[in-house]
Ligand binder design. Sequence first.
Ligand SMILES: [Zn+2]
Length: 328
Amino acid sequence: MPRNRVQHQKGLSDDAFERLYPDEEACRMAWFTWRWPEGFKCPRCATTEYCEIRDRQLLQCRRCRYQTSLIAGTILQGTKLPMRVWFRAMHLLAQGKKGLSNIELGRRLGISTNAAWRVQHKLMQAMIERDRRYKLGAAGPRIEIDDAYIGGERTGEGAGRGRRGHTPFIIAVETSADGRPLHARLQVVRGFQTGETKRLCMGVQAGTTVVSDGGQWFRCIAEQPGIRHERHITGSDRAAARHPAFRWANTMLANIKNSLLATHRVVDAKHLPRYLGAFAWRFNRRFVLKTIHERLAIAATATPPMPYRLLKLAEARWLHARTAFRAI
Ligand SMILES: [Zn+2]
């Protein structure tokens, strides 16, 4: 990434963070505002009047008497951890350019490694679901895409998924007309197949130009409605890596590999979509470091609960369950 205001931009310091959210009450108030920016609304009857049942930390609708809580219906549902621990986790995970391992996160939060794993994966889930709502090309006219492999740390995983132990994914970087990178999407794929390219194109705004190399699985781009295809036949992988048309996709790939290796000793292939999603989410908010924890919190308030039994599954399996959930 260019050495510009991103690297010199200051985020929110730990001190400033502690001053903003000194105790449980401050965190609860902030969460309330993020969840209901226009004021409380009963999930059952949409009435705006409520009373608080303090000792049980519940909100009760004045009309239908339905009881809910600040975290019910959100990704935090079911947690026994204080709100303040979640806030600290959001601060740490959103700010850190490279992310944190769950061991380090647990140590910083004073909770077990297993509890830290759940906190981290739930917040990464909020990141990935938030970014999937964004249509690539909404801000810039051009998207460069490239295929990549990552991993191999756990050999034997992912039989039939390309090279053994390597997980294939597509890097898509939206750029401005003058070639600056704006937004990135990292999509883990079953293999480099036409179907996966089409899936990526479904998340692309009409009128966008998609730039790719000569790969067979990219040929279908030209047939996608509203999308222009700019194809560069580059020859070999190494030639493609030097080709200026894929400058940002290549820079991004190098950064991802460095970041994941530096932070996580082992990345379980089945959870790679979430690690990549978190990386892209942070990249996409690199200009707003001061408020990035707020953005993560707002995403968390809008993300439905994800029980551990789903959280531990591979993406292909939770994706179906999540789609069914949202359809309700
Ligand atoms: Zn009600």
